[in-house]
Design a protein around this ligand. Structure first.
Ligand SMILES: Cc1cc2nc3c(=O)[nH]c(=O)nc-3n(C[C@H](O)[C@H](O)[C@H](O)COP(=O)(O)OP(=O)(O)OC[C@H]3O[C@@H](n4cnc5c(N)ncnc54)[C@H](O)[C@@H]3O)c2cc1C
Length: 471
């Protein structure tokens, strides 16, 4: 029933960003469905150079890796190896606990770990002690291998309030914060008449502010492959009868995160086709600090269902996933109509640039070498269980890769960027030209980051709480 109440600050959403904000701003935060309740628990900060690109783009030193670091530390309680925790890089008192696979549980020992370590080394990977210290590639390397880390939980135009679906209005005496995530935040904003002009024309809504909401959408595309094990008794995967120890179920069944840089010359050729001319040299992707893909080999047939490929969870299949971490393709979120209960139109526009294709192809070629081209792993991995029976070989062509990407490529659930800092929100997360409205979620990332985004969203929300409390 319609009615009206009033609060100081209204937070729209119940996910990671909203809960951090609510607890830091001393509100109550009842649990509600969010991506953090369903996610895999991987905890990766990514590459410090990506954040520095963000800083450069918005011209504000606070949005650099150095600016984020206090908030990464504030968010976490890091459980380090026996040698302790590197206090300069990590926090020890935060609400989110994290540890590497080997420190998480004494009996959590996956039998393929050492073989995969050796296989990655044979294709040039160098092991890094701490992948969450801002350099997952290592120093001057093009392929870094670090142990997987996971988290577990403790758990002038003025915006005056929000109107709920049932017509109830809640007025905000101070401000409204939208943290409804990549798809719904731009929708809520567009329905609140902060829209690009062309959306107005389509849906006949009155203009309050003309901002490029819903543009610059980016996501990490994942391309999974599924593999049959030769000797599952010696090297079982999830659901094998040998997979009994509770320690094996503590987190994602995976040991390594391989972070890779694509060959610079190949990437240059691709960028010349995409952007052309002199600006190619200025492209961040060609910087020696940039990392481009990430590969996880998971001891379960992960991702098969969503890709529509029939791989049984029978203890004898594993999966590899190559993620495009630095896509230059940009998608969009637009309104389907003006009904807030309808989903918006999501066009991720994956794999649309030559650069994205070049990065993904090289990542896939590397994982093929690891799983099919290294003798030790060949003793363990029998063959690919390919969709539609079309198996790939180590000498796979660009065309074969592209066909596979279009068949199985999927989101890795890191949608972001469509309310970007610089173009829609300012460096204090306020929507430009609108009083009393902020956005606090992954939508504000103006650039792609080689991280899995929960860690960044936690730090962003901690920083937002400081910004709001300081006002
Ligand atoms: C299956 C899956 C696995 C993932 N695995 C990992 C991982 O292992 N590691 C990692 O780092 N990241 C992972 N992620 C990504 C990570 O969970 C997200 O980046 C993070 O949760 C984003 O936080 P958020 O606060 O922006 O959004 P969310 O946590 O999704 O919160 C958004 C909130 O807004 C609410 N909402 C939506 N629309 C409205 C509306 N109109 N009105 C009011 N409320 C609304 C939703 O109900 C939700 O509570 C995964 C995501 C998914 C989906």
């Amino acid at each position: 029933m319609a009615g009206s109440t009033s609060k100081d600050i209204i937070i729209v959403g119940g996910g990671i960003a909203d809960c951090v904000l609510a607890s830091r701003l001393h509100e109550k935060n009842p649990p509600s469905p969010s991506s953090s309740a369903t996610n895999y628990g991987t905890w990766t900060r990514g590459n410090s150079a990506d954040y520095d690109k963000w800083k450069k783009l918005v011209g504000n030193p606070q949005w650099s890796y150095k600016g984020f670091l206090p908030y990464f530390r504030k968010t976490e309680t890091c459980h380090g190896e026996a040698g302790g925790v590197d206090g300069l890089n990590h926090g020890v008192n935060g609400p989110v606990h994290n540890s590497s696979v080997s420190t998480s549980c004494a009996t959590r020992r996956y039998s393929l770990k050492e073989q995969l370590r050796a296989a990655w080394a044979s294709v040039g990977a160098q092991q890094i002690g701490d992948g969450n210290a801002g350099s997952p590639l290592g120093i001057y390397l093009s392929l870094g291998l670090s142990e997987l880390v996971e988290n577990w939980h403790d758990g002038n135009k003025v915006v005056a309030g929000v109107e709920l679906q049932d017509g109830t209005t809640i007025m905000a005496t101070k401000e409204v914060i939208i943290s409804a995530r990549a798809y719904r935040t731009p929708q809520v904003q567009m329905l609140s008449v902060i829209v690009p002009e062309e959306e107005l024309k389509k849906h006949a809504i009155p203009l309050v502010s003309n901002l490029p909401v819903g543009r610059n959408f980016h996501d990490h595309l994942a391309v999974c492959q599924w593999w049959k094990l030769r000797d599952p008794d010696a090297h079982p995967s999830v659901d094998n009868l040998k997979w009994q120890d509770p320690g094996m179920f503590v987190g994602l069944p995976c040991d390594w995160v391989a972070t890779q840089q694509t060959d610079t010359e190949e990437l240059r050729k691709a960028l010349e086709l995409d952007v052309g001319g002199e600006s190619v040299d200025e492209q961040y992707l060609l910087s020696s600090a940039a990392a481009h893909t990430e590969t996880l080999i998971v001891y379960a047939p992960a991702g098969a269902q969503i890709a529509g490929v029939d791989v049984p969870m029978d203890g004898i299949h594993i999966a590899s996933a190559v993620l495009g971490m630095m896509p230059t393709s940009r998608g969009s979120i637009t309104l389907a109509d003006t009904d807030p209960t309808m989903p918006p139109v999501i066009d991720p526009n994956y794999y649309a640039t030559e650069a994205d294709k070049t990065m993904m192809r090289e990542g896939l070629r590397s994982v093929m070498k690891v799983l099919l081209g290294t003798p030790k792993v060949r003793e363990t991995v029998e063959s690919e269980l390919a969709p539609d029976g079309k198996k790939l070989t180590v000498d796979l062509t660009d065309e074969e890769i592209d066909e596979r990407v279009s068949r199985v490529g999927n989101t890795f659930y890191h949608p972001a960027g469509s309310v970007s800092m610089g173009s829609v929100v300012d460096a204090t997360l306020r929507v430009k030209g609108v009083e009393g409205l902020r956005v606090v979620d992954a939508n504000v990332f103006p650039v792609t980051i080689t991280a899995h985004y929960q860690c960044v969203v936690y730090a962003l929300a901690e920083k937002a709480a400081d910004l709001i409390a300081g006002d």
